[in-house]
Design a protein around this ligand. Structure first.
Ligand code: AMP
Length: 465
């Protein structure tokens, strides 16, 4: 199928041609006609599938063709709202609307937290048709009376599963309460756990289901490899790997913010230019690092899951999982950053003994065994990391990041195993569950801790926005 056969108006076809798309992706083919017809859509698709254009193009067309002429002096109301979990995604979606809508007289605006609100308020006061927002800042601006959604015609809830993971469900529900009952709703999620499905059912009206590229099939296109390596040798393995000529640009994932900083610092010490992005960095620092990476100024970006979610980097050659995620689906989201739009991509994971169970879960999810590579530092430690000693409760306020520093330190002195060879048959039961250090809060990981610890993590995760 061609874009020309999709009933899209010529200003949109011209814009699509300008951005260089030859033909619609499967999600676009399925979604665009439904949205143009005014239907509600429940889309199961991850970033990297062309999801943004799948909703942005028909939204622009509907807003344009159903244009309302406002009386002179009356501010234009917000007619479409796209709610997305992270500021990086919000910016990308906003930029897509600007690109696709470049030939139409519609205006868009983006609001997200972590930056001053005044420029956003000024932009809103000029009147916008399309608003892209993260939930926290949106609610703040609604509370202050800067945003009114009573004239909304189209609502998009993007990355719904991530919204829930990050603890935004209440913020999302607050936003939904502001919306008029009569509206078109588009709901996108990479995965559909029961809670997400319940949310979808509560806000959609007779939705059409669109399911393309379920994560397990998308990853087939990516060359996936794993090195079994001791935790202490991951640093050396990474520096060695990044020196290989086929690694042109690499997005390196760590589980924790502290880990991301440490890896970027170690790489710099090893003479490799790298930058880290995570939720503790300012918006400016994150955007700057991302731009330098996109421009090719630096070849390595080290990121946490939440910070990297949805980041669109054209022609990323490698995704490297410095740490394997505990939540298998994060693996799919991570490696989906490479191999985009039909390009070849490589995903290389480092797996130490403590992460064997994570690897097994990932392999179960993707339905195949990840091919093993043997590097210069094969695994020699076949015992779980002992639990870090707990500091006495009375030792005063906890230092930020101190527990993870201690944990990282413990691996250096870890006992070498009696076995000296690589785990050809992968040790049967490697993980000493509950003894592994929990990931730093706010990185989309759920440890085996109590619900109050989980709640605390969720609260911290919200600060990512
Ligand atoms: P998304 O899933 O919306 O984040 O899009 C992922 C990437 O695919 C972005 O770089 C888009 O610019 C690109 N893309 C979207 N639609 C198409 C298309 N029809 N043909 C080629 N690339 C596309």
């Amino acid at each position: 199928m061609k874009f020309q056969e999709m009933q899209l108006i010529s200003p949109l076809l011209e814009a699509v041609e300008e951005v260089g798309y030859q033909e619609p992706t499967p999600i676009q083919e399925a979604t665009i006609p439904l949205v143009l017809e005014g239907k509600d859509v429940l889309g199961c698709a991850q970033t990297g599938t062309g999801k943004t254009a799948a909703f942005a193009l028909p939204i622009l067309q509907r807003l344009f063709t159903m244009s309302k002429v406002e009386a002179r002096g009356v501010k234009r109301p917000i007619r479409a709202l796209i709610l997305t979990p992270t500021r990086e995604l919000a910016l990308q979606i906003f930029e897509s609307f600007e690109d696709y809508g470049s030939k139409l007289p519609l205006s868009s605006c983006v609001v997200f937290g972590g930056v001053k609100q005044n420029p956003q308020v000024s932009a809103l006061q000029k009147g916008v048709d399309i608003l892209v927002a993260t939930p926290g800042r949106l609610n703040d601006l609604i509370d202050q009376g800067f945003i009114h959604l009573d004239k909304l015609e189209i609502f998009v809830l993007d990355e719904a599963d991530r919204m829930l993971d990050m603890g935004f469900i209440h913020d999302v529900r607050r936003v939904i309460r502001q919306l008029p009952q009569k509206r078109q709703t588009l709901f996108f999620s990479a995965t559909m756990p029961r809670e997400v499905e319940r949310l979808a059912m509560s806000i959609l009206r007779e939705p059409e289901n669109v399911k393309v590229d379920p994560p397990t099939s998308t990853v087939d296109a990516i060359n996936q490899k794993v090195y079994f390596v001791d935790k202490v040798n991951k640093r050396k393995l990474l520096a060695w790997l990044l020196e290989q000529p086929e690694v042109v640009s690499a997005l390196v994932f760590t589980r924790t913010k502290h880990g991301a900083d440490r890896v970027a610092r170690d790489l710099k010490r090893d003479g490799i230019e790298a930058a880290a992005i995570h939720g503790d960095k300012t918006q400016g620092a994150r955007q700057n690092a991302l731009n330098r990476f996109k421009n090719g100024e630096i070849g390595v970006l080290v990121a946490t899951d939440i910070a990297a979610r949805g980041i669109d980097i054209a022609e990323l050659s490698h995704v490297i999982n410095y740490d394997l995620p505990e939540e298998s689906e994060l693996y799919i989201h991570r490696i989906g950053r490479t191999g985009r739009a039909g390009l070849e991509g490589d995903a290389i994971s480092f797996c130490c003994y403590d992460e064997m169970e994570n690897l097994r879960n990932i392999e179960a999810l993707i339905g195949k065994t990840i091919e093993e590579l043997v590097g210069p530092w094969p695994m020699e430690v076949f015992t779980s990391t002992p639990p870090a000693p707990r500091p006495p409760r009375s030792s005063g306020p906890r230092q930020r990041g101190s527990s993870s520093s201690r944990r990282e330190g413990s691996s250096g002195s870890r006992r070498r195993s009696e076995t000296a060879s690589r785990p050809a048959d992968r040790p049967a039961d490697s993980r000493n569950s509950g003894q592994r250090p929990a990931p730093e809060a706010g990185e989309g990981q759920e440890g085996s801790g109590s619900s109050s610890r989980r709640r605390r993590r969720r609260r911290k995760a919200k600060k990512e926005i």
